[in-house]
Structures are given as C-alpha cells and as structure tokens.
Design a protein around this ligand. Structure first.
Ligand SMILES: NC(=O)C1=CN([C@@H]2O[C@H](COP(=O)(O)OP(=O)(O)OC[C@H]3O[C@@H](n4cnc5c(N)ncnc54)[C@H](OP(=O)(O)O)[C@@H]3O)[C@@H](O)[C@H]2O)C=CC1
Ligand SMILES: O=C(CO)COP(=O)(O)O
Length: 336
C-alpha cells in the first residue's frame, strides 16, 4: 500500500491523559486533531496555554491542537482513538455508540494496555462485546508519552485481525517521528502490552531491593517466556512477541525510569505501601490491576506464570516483596 503523506484527516482522540495528549500532539503535525477530555481544567489549559499541565507538564503542544469537553465535536472524525486506561474503555465505547446512534462509526484505534478488570477481557474483546464487528485496531509498543510529545523517534505496532485495515491505519497515522508497523495478530500485540506492565513492576521491585542486573535480566527473560505461554493459550502468536509490542516494550518498561509501572515496583521494593505509591503517582499504572487479572487467567487456564502470580500476591498484600524473590528462586529446577 502506498504511503500518502498528503492526506489530511480529522482525528478524534478520547481522553487527554499523558498518552492521549502525546499522540494527539504528534498527529497534529499532519492532521486536524480534536482531543476530548472529561476534565475542564485540562481542556482549558490545552486551548489557552497549549499545555496539558495536569498530565504532561512542561511540554508545549501544537497550537492547531484543539481540546473539547463535548463529545459531539468528535462526530465528524475519520478515525477515533480511545486513549483511556483499560478500565475506561467500555464506558467510552458506550458513549460513542450513543453519539453515533445507529450510524456507522469510523475506524477505531485503542492504545490502552491491560485486561479489563473483573471480566479479564483483552481490549479487542471489549470492543467486540460492545460494538460487534467493527473496523478496529490496537496500538502498542515501546513509547513513553513524554518522548513522543517531544518528537523523539518512536516505533510502535498496530494490530488488527484485519491486516489490510492495520496497514491502512499505519499509512494514515505515521508521522516523521512516529513509525507504525502493521500486524494481523491483535491478541499477541495486546498480550505483550498488557503483561509487560506486570513484569515492569517485578523488575522495579528487584531493583528497589538492590538485587542487581542479573536478577533484572532473569526476570525479563523468564517473564517473556510467561508472556509467550499466555499469548499462545489465548490464540496469539509467539513471533509477535519478538517485535515492538512484545520484547520492545518489555525492554523499555522494565529498564526505563519513566515507566509508571517500574516506579510502582521500585517504591514497593523500597518498602513503601501500594496506596502511598499510587497516591504519589498521579497517573494510571495498569500493571497493578492487570497483575490480578493475569494471575486469575493463569490459574483458570493452567498457564505457568510464577512471576506474574508473585507480583499479584505482593500487590494484594499476601506476600512481602523480599519473600516473593525467595519464593521464585526456590522453585524446583527445570529445563529452560
Ligand atoms: N503514558 C504512556 O507513556 C503510555 C500509556 N499507554 C497506555 O495508555 C493508557 C492511558 O495512559 P495515560 O494516558 O498515560 O494515563 P494517565 O493516567 O496519564 O491519564 C488517564 C486519562 O484517562 C482518563 N480516564 C480515566 N478513566 C476514564 C473513563 N472511564 N472515561 C474517560 N476518561 C477516563 C483520565 O481522566 P481522570 O483524570 O478524570 O481520571 C485521564 O485523563 C493506559 O492503558 C496506558 O497503559 C500506552 C503507551 C504509553
Ligand atoms: O506503555 C508504556 C511505554 O510503552 C508506558 O509504560 P508505563 O505505563 O509503565 O509508564
């Protein structure tokens, strides 16, 4: 498919947290972008000062980027991008369904990483649950919002069961500093993005306990094996996990201090409580809720995921961080 850099679309982005704002700013280089937020102070600060003081402070946004609290302003969009945390995906889809009231929705892209709380569904399953068969794709991969907002080079994956749609969206949404690769394996793309957040908490805990580089490399490598087992069991392909949405994001989030999930792990490893850690963060850390869902899925589907289960136990308070390490190291020896 040819890359048509001239085409200018209307893009609607829903939720102006760090990631929605960074993507909206990036796409405003090439398209007309409208950013919806439920926080009036965020909308006011973007429109008046071209900054999102609450979620992306100190970064100047393009003047062409408009923000709104009114969903109706997004109804002529050529593409709609859902940028809420996974817990807000369903309610946002329902709001869009009401807005379009029987009319066809434009292609949807979601950027959240996790399993829906309580249902344990992946985002594409939530989309199908609410809207049925619609043109839709997941965007995932190694991409700290602050770096994308500053225009630093970034590459991510767009995953859809409809590969031709993923290719079309990649063509529309790439910019000079945001490279998009298409994948037909939406399950692999989503499982990679969800579980790496749990592993970032694990490596954060290890680093918070000063366990060294060897421990971190071991957790990442054995963690990737856990992601692979769950991915295959849910119908995804292990090869997808060698790409940006798997290994790429695992490396970034487990080693990069900009990661909120890694910051949660570091604080837990240093002896802080989960509540004080989350209160100080001011942003979502999806790995906290996802750890519980992954541990439950691992149990139900009989998938061996000792690291993810240990993180879930630390988060729920059943296990102390130090004891989780002892437990992992004392498991029966086995072949790699
Ligand atoms: N930040 C990053 O670098 C990246 C983040 N992601 C993923 O993107 C998703 C969003 O992350 P991020 O933007 O960083 O999160 P933030 O915590 O920065 O912002 C979340 C935003 O979503 C809003 N929100 C929460 N729940 C709902 C809801 N039910 N309906 C509408 N809006 C809602 C929040 O509003 P309020 O303040 O009112 O709650 C806030 O504006 C997560 O799944 C994350 O894993 C993916 C790649 C990179
Ligand atoms: O997903 C991310 C980078 O790809 C962001 O990770 P955190 O949510 O841990 O900050």
């Amino acid at each position: 498919m040819s890359q048509d850099t001239e085409i200018r679309l209307q893009i609607g982005v829903l939720a102006a947290g760090a990631w929605g704002t960074a993507l909206a700013a990036n796409w405003a280089q090439r398209h007309q972008v409208t950013l919806w937020a439920r926080e009036p102070d965020v909308v006011a600060s973007i429109n008046a000062a071209h900054m999102n003081r609450r979620f992306l402070p100190d970064i100047l946004l393009p003047e062409s980027l408009r923000a709104t609290v009114d969903l109706v302003d997004l109804q002529d969009s050529d593409v709609l991008v859902l940028a809420t945390p996974v817990a807000g995906l369903r309610s946002t889809l329902l709001a869009l369904q009401a807005l379009y009231a029987g009319k066809a929705l434009p292609p949807l892209v979601w950027v959240c990483k996790g399993f829906e709380p309580e249902t344990g569904l992946l985002p594409h399953q939530v989309v199908h649950d609410v809207l049925g068969d619609v043109a839709a794709a997941a965007l995932s991969g190694p991409s700290f919002a602050q770096e994308v907002a500053k225009g630093l080079p970034t590459a991510v994956t767009l995953g859809s069961a409809d590969l031709a749609l993923a290719e079309q969206l990649a063509d529309w949404l790439h910019t000079p500093n945001l490279r998009l690769y298409a994948s037909g394996d939406v399950v692999g793309v989503e499982v990679g993005g969800a579980v790496k957040n749990v592993l970032a908490i694990a490596t954060g805990i290890a680093d918070g306990l000063s366990l060294g580089h060897n421990a971190r490399a071991a957790l990442m490598t054995r963690g990737l094996a856990e992601i692979g087992r769950l991915c295959e069991r849910l119908g995804g392909h292990r090869e997808t996990l060698t790409g940006l949405a798997g290994l790429g994001d695992l490396i970034l989030t487990c080693t990069g201090d900009l990661s909120r999930n890694r910051q949660v792990g570091l604080a837990l490893g240093a002896g802080k409580t989960l509540q004080e850690t989350l209160d100080a963060l001011g942003h979502v850390a999806e790995g906290v809720g996802t750890a519980r869902e992954v541990a439950r899925l691992a149990e139900d589907l009989q998938v061996e995921m000792p690291i993810a289960r240990a993180v879930a136990a630390v988060i729920s308070g059943e296990l102390k961080a130090k004891d989780a390490v002892i437990q992992l190291m004392s498991r029966a020896q086995r072949a790699e």
